[in-house]
Write a protein that binds this ligand. Structure first.
Ligand code: GLN
Ligand code: ZN
Length: 810
């Protein structure tokens, strides 16, 4: 094995793969948004970002990550995949004008790829593995240029430190070449059959250059992230490609270049783990915690290449980077000792970056004690890694106190198990869920419902291509302020309610004035589409500062689901909580108002969920609580209810063999939530993505009457396969990409709708934006919706004039 940085600095005994970037008080979010709004210049942004990075490095040192290279320089400003696009110079043709004469993008130009500008849309965004983090999708064609541009990555090292000696504390983290290409989509001009991974050979020299350039800063290790190896991929030659890539990168290094750690987070890299371990890289990470089944053992084949004298270090990801439960320290130590006794050189790490968890449990003051005792956020997980490393190095006695504390914990450590008498346990909820039968998940046949609903719609004045929105309207500063005042006790319950009612009235008036057909109340009362439900359910807690990056500057604050779930209030059914808002909205207009709920899968996906029982069981409890709410809406006269499942695809397991079981419980939970209503009540659902392929059958099985999806960025690509599959329900392909402030022109929307109308008959087509409007401003919202209404009217007229041209779907 080559020596490289490892000679001067062996891989540290304890590390984490990455750390939250957003800042304990969302400093990064604020800095970015000030820059984008023009209230700060590039230099202001740079100095704020540097200050945050310096504080982060100091914090991690203070927590004890003092080993050489122990601190990951995982400081992407917007997205680590965007950083890889910039670092490899893989600039899509449509952004070439932003690059300098060497084909390099600077930071400001990279923001255009992320956010678009007046002339063009941004890169597509999609979910990062089975998480709620979104990355920007590289567009790589046969001719896309590659050229090393290490500046932004080097900046991440210098930002925490100012001398090469200090740089040795940091370990730059870069998306690896195989994953980078697997995450990319072909540029539009690419010939059929082309796969970005075909460009691997062209990309490797660029990575070699990046590694060498990072070495010049003084770092001793570089972390190359290959999470795509833990997911099923369509390339049979993947083992050879992985082997080739890392042999080349390993061998191309000069003696003074950094050592390499390759990580395989988000699951089990299976046969690719030993492949990596034999390529000559100095350390390989294995995720031993993802998968919600407790810690995973390596197979004999996986372990074997770590046992040779020249073998790489094994970075054992035993501390889960994706949940907020404490690690089972004794169990993790058992596993680490087993691996060590077998002969591996074991280092302790996290399963993934800590990007997915909040910064620090200590910042929380209001969590119930019994739940808090089970929790660990990023800083606590750093401490766990360090405790385990000490236990491994010095023996159990050295960490006896910590192990005893884990054992004396009121509940099974690392698990959210409610024991008898635990406030999380509700016998009535459990027996109600146990009594659910197939009849509770079934409605009348779709065709029957469609006929009844069409009549009801016509009576309410709905024609073909009705216009609607996905639910939320812009959250104004006034509403946010009112909510903060209310929370702080300075605005009374009635005062707050009146403010919200005024806001709802305003949103209803606006929609009437714009000419929308199916109205929404605007969701002004909701801080967040999951947290709002969590706050009205038993068994959940919200956090105060538990922000987690979703994409760019966007963060969410996942709630913690630690107990049995039902609506708050008397009895097992509890009380309705969305009904008063929706009925208030409906009382102000003749047009139909759509009731708006968040679905069971999404509530689980965007919360930190108990792990003591199968997700299917928890999902059914949540579904029953929602079923009560759907019925109460119907009883209150609401004829359309939308149950959003934007996260349905996100939870899809990374291995195909696990898909069926997941989709089964996910679909069944949705049906349990939505099938308690009469045939004339129209159930809508909303899904936040456009790649349907793998979940097409499941979307059909949801049995919703109308489904709205994201489609603007991918230009309606999903409709053809949808039509081919025989999907015969209502569909609303999004015609306005709401992820950027850009207002689409009427013609642009009309083009999209016309494209849609060629595949879907007008009487099943809806016109709506890609997603909710919560994060948009009013000026762009009004302008875009005006264009949308006019475009839909034009398409409706065309459809009426030439009905024979709509291609009927089998
Ligand atoms: N109804 C929600 C909204 O409009 C849906 C949001 C989402 O899909 N993420 O905000
Ligand atoms: Zn959405």
């Amino acid at each position: 094995m080559s020596t490289h940085g490892a000679a001067a600095c062996p891989f540290p005994a304890a590390t984490v793969l990455g750390y939250p970037r957003i800042g304990p008080r969302r400093e990064l979010k604020r800095a970015l948004e000030r820059r984008w709004s023009g209230n700060a210049d590039a230099a202001d942004l740079a100095s704020e970002v540097t200050a945050l990075r310096v504080r982060t490095v100091a914090r991690l040192r203070e927590l004890g990550l003092t080993g050489c290279s122990a601190i990951p320089a995982s400081f992407a400003l917007y997205d680590q995949v965007l950083d890889a696009i910039v670092a490899t110079g893989a600039v899509p043709a449509r952004f070439h004008d932003l690059a300098d004469e060497h084909g390099r993008l600077d930071r400001e130009a990279s923001f255009v790829l992320a956010r678009g500008d007046a002339a063009r849309g941004p890169l597509e965004m999609t979910k990062w593995f089975d998480t709620n983090y979104h990355y920007l999708v590289p567009e790589i064609g046969p001719e896309t240029p590659f050229a090393a541009n290490p500046e932004e990555l080097k900046g991440q090292v210098y930002a925490g430190t100012y001398s090469p000696a200090d740089a040795a504390a940091l370990r730059p983290a870069v998306v690896g070449p195989v994953t980078f290409l697997l995450l990319a989509k072909p540029e539009d001009s690419a010939p059929a059959g082309y796969d970005p991974l075909d460009r691997l050979e062209d990309l490797l020299p660029v990575y070699s250059e990046l590694i060498a350039a990072l070495g010049c800063t003084g770092v001793r290790w570089v972390q190359l992230e290959e999470p795509a190896l833990a997911a099923d991929q369509d390339r049979e030659d993947l083992p050879e490609l992985v082997e080739r890539a890392y042999r080349v990168l390993s061998e191309a290094r000069a003696a003074e270049d950094p050592a390499l750690l390759v990580t395989t987070a988000y699951g089990d890299a299976r046969e690719l783990l030993p492949v990596l371990a034999r390529t000559g890289v100095e350390a390989v990470h294995a995720d031993l915690a993802s998968g919600r089944r407790g810690l995973r053992r390596l197979t004999a084949e996986q372990l074997e290449p770590f046992l040779a004298p020249q073998a790489p270090a094994l970075v054992a990801g035993v501390v889960d980077g994706r949940n907020v439960w404490r690690t089972d320290l004794p169990g993790a130590l058992d596993l680490l000792e087993e691996l060590t006794e077998a002969g591996a050189r074991v280092r302790v790490g996290t399963s993934t970056s800590l990007l997915h968890v909040p910064h620090d449990l200590e910042a929380e003051t209001a969590l119930p004690g019994h739940a808090r005792n089970r929790l660990a956020f990023a800083d606590q997980k750093v401490q766990e890694v360090l405790i385990l490393a000490r236990g491994l190095a010095e023996g159990r006695e050295a960490i006896a106190e910590e192990l005893a504390a884990a054992e004396a914990s009121p509940t099974e450590p690392g698990r959210s198990t409610p024991d008898a008498g635990d406030p999380g346990l509700d016998a009535a909820v459990r027996s109600r869920a146990a009594a659910v039968g197939p009849q509770d998940r079934r409605r009348e046949p779709g065709q029957v419902r469609r006929d009844i609903q069409r009549e009801r719609g016509a009576a309410a004045g709905l024609g073909p291509v009705p216009t609607t929105t996905i639910g939320s309207f812009p959250q104004t500063p006034e509403i946010r302020r009112a909510r903060a005042e209310h929370r702080a006790g300075r605005l009374s319950e009635e005062g707050y309610r009146d403010r919200l009612r005024e806001e709802i009235a305003r949103v209803i008036r606006l929609q009437e004035e714009l000419g929308l057909d199916v109205l929404v109340h605007g969701e002004a009362e909701r801080n967040d589409m999951v947290q709002y439900f969590a706050e009205h359910f038993e068994g959940f807690s919200a956090t105060e500062h538990g922000w987690v990056q979703s994409y760019g500057s966007r963060c969410t604050r996942p709630s913690i689901l630690w107990g049995d779930v039902s609506r708050k209030g008397e009895g097992v059914r509890g009380e309705a909580f969305t009904v008063p808002w929706i009925t208030w909205a409906q009382s102000l207009t003749e047009r139909p108002v759509k009731g708006m709920l968040t679905g069971p899968v999404t509530i689980l996906a965007w919360s930190f969920v108990r792990e003591d029982q199968p997700l299917a069981v928890t999902a059914d409890q949540v579904a029953l609580a929602l079923r009560d709410e759907v019925r109460d809406l119907e009883d209150a006269g609401i004829g359309i209810v939308q149950v959003d499942e934007p996260a349905l695809r996100e939870l899809l397991p990374l291995r195909r063999e696990d898909h069926a079981a997941y989709l089964e419980w996910a679909v069944q939970a949705f049906r349990l939530a939505t099938s308690g209503v009469r045939a004339e009540t129209q159930i809508h659902t909303h899904l936040c993505y456009s790649e349907f392929g793998e979940v097409l059958a499941a979307i059909d099985a949801l049995d919703a009457d109308v489904t709205s999806v994201e489609a603007a960025r991918s230009r309606m690509e999903l409709l053809a396969p949808l039509a081919e599959s025989g999907f015969d329900r209502g569909i609303g392909p999004g015609v306005w990409d709401i992820h950027s402030p850009r207002v689409p022109a009427e013609e642009e929307i009309r083009d999209l709708l016309q494209a849609a109308a060629r595949v879907v008959p007008a009487d099943r087509l809806w016109a709506n934006p890609d997603c909710g409007l919560k994060t948009r401003g009013y000026p762009e919202t009004e302008a875009a919706l005006r264009h949308l209404v006019a475009a839909a009217a034009a398409v409706r007229r065309e459809a009426a004039a030439r009905p024979e041209e709509a291609v009927p779907v089998a």
